[in-house]
Design a protein around this ligand. Structure first.
Ligand SMILES: [Zn+2]
Ligand SMILES: [Zn+2]
Length: 117
């Protein structure tokens, strides 16, 4: 199974008897949420972070979960900023044609800058 939100918090905070809301918020995740697909109510122990950026339940996570906590952190907490204007909110993925091929690039929704990370 992929990691749960609780697995992630455990890995950062360390093993404890109970985890406070603070343990979660301080590390950038909530204590409860809902499944992106079926809207089931989830708590940290049965919430699986998905590569879609949302939480999913055990039934809906499929193969979109993270296998390791390191994977989850790398994907979730790497903030991409526009090199031209510094905007971080409206960055979208796009494709550009270079001499070699069609390649992956990022586009700033604010100033229109397109760059390759
Ligand atoms: Zn679900
Ligand atoms: Zn920009």
């Amino acid at each position: 199974m992929p990691i749960t939100v609780l697995d992630y918090v455990k890995s950062v905070v360390g093993d404890k008897e109970t985890y406070s809301a603070e343990d979660f918020y301080r590390n950038g995740v909530g204590l409860t949420g809902g499944c992106q697909l079926c809207a089931a109510t989830l708590a940290a122990y049965n919430a699986y972070p998905s590569s879609s950026g949302f939480w999913r339940c055990a039934d809906c996570i499929g193969d979109t979960g993270f296998v390791t906590v390191a994977d989850f952190k790398a994907r979730t907490f790497t903030i991409v900023a526009c090199p031209a204007c510094g905007n971080t909110d409206t960055i979208s993925e796009t494709r550009i044609t270079t001499e070699r091929a069609e390649e992956y690039a990022l586009e700033c929704g604010d100033c229109g800058e397109v760059w390759q990370p």
